[in-house]
Design a protein around this ligand. Sequence first.
Ligand SMILES: Cc1cc2nc3c(=O)[nH]c(=O)nc-3n(C[C@H](O)[C@H](O)[C@H](O)COP(=O)(O)O)c2cc1C
Ligand SMILES: O=C(O)C(=O)c1ccccc1
Length: 359
Amino acid sequence: MGAPVNVREFEDLARERLDPVHYDYFASGAQDEVTVRANEAAFARLALLPRVLRGAGTPRLGVTVLGDEASMPVMLAPTAFHRLAHPDAERATARAAAKAGVIMIAAMLSTVAIEEVAAEARKAAPDPALWFQLYPQPDPAFTEAVVRRAEAAGCRALVVTADSPALGRNERGDRNGFHDLPPGVRCENLREPGDPARTGHVRQVVLSPGISWDDLDRLRGVTDLPIVVKGVLRPDDARLAVERGADAVIVSNHGGRQLDTVPASITRLAPVAEAVAGRVPVLLDGGVRRGTDVIKALALGADAVAIGRPALWGLAAGGEDGVTEVLGLLRRELENALVLCGCAAPQETGPDLVQEGAC
Ligand SMILES: Cc1cc2nc3c(=O)[nH]c(=O)nc-3n(C[C@H](O)[C@H](O)[C@H](O)COP(=O)(O)O)c2cc1C
Ligand SMILES: O=C(O)C(=O)c1ccccc1
């Protein structure tokens, strides 16, 4: 195959390159994967209604989210275990994101320590925008220690994953017997040199059924960083998040990996954006594969979107260059979609651009 011309072709390349067990880990979702498929399918069901003869010129793509300037409204969602995709792991992802001027949300379950991820990003750009995703742990001292590391590394927001009071039931993982990382691959942010209990083994992370709004309050007491709540699908929860001091929310179903048969994330965006009513930024992830998907999310109220699997396909196919190419494809597609819709910038999109069905 020649060079991929779109994100889906990067998935084909990644499938060829990856150990099938690791490909399944990245691609899979919970149980019947109804929500995984729904995320992409729901974008295809939305039709675009372009405006004509607007003379908008070449679109600008830049946005500012929580004070971070980004070259386009596409960020990298947090995904675990990049070492399974490529030996350069999160180092490569961080360099590509920084070079492209996009915000990267580094996962707590990274296979490269957050300090090193930040150092790599700084090699590629002077002031890279790096956020840190957190699973609050039952041991508050451990949670605080991880937050301090993220702060010291220069992360500029904390993304609290709220949709994971337990791990979703992943049947491909069960079938493949994929329960541990390969020898030598660790969750470097879980390691505490000198503490034999903190070796960085993946089982040391607790997805706690006790996680609650109180954890958000506790975090607020621990850090001055902006706090982003990831995994909101309901207007009532979005309102609670804002009332509890969240600085942004991410409409997300974890790429269909947690509770199966929840709705496609794009179908929950407008209700959540309405409840938030402009008080904080609203972000979305799940099934974004095309520039047209990005513009649909912007039109329905997102300030930016995030991609999970597409960056992993790029990483698996070509390391840093692969991630760079995936981001470049989405940038060119978004610019093309904006100009064809008669929009000069992401901020010019609105719900009038989108029609349900008939597509
Ligand atoms: C392989 C993989 C690992 C993930 N790991 C995490 C994680 O550690 N923390 C988290 O909050 N979300 C995690 N996610 C969810 C992503 O942040 C994001 O919500 C999802 O991938 C978006 O959907 P997309 O893959 O269709 O773009 C993971 C997703 C994938 C595919
Ligand atoms: O795979 C995931 O989506 C994820 O978030 C996770 C959570 C805990 C352990 C491993 C992966």
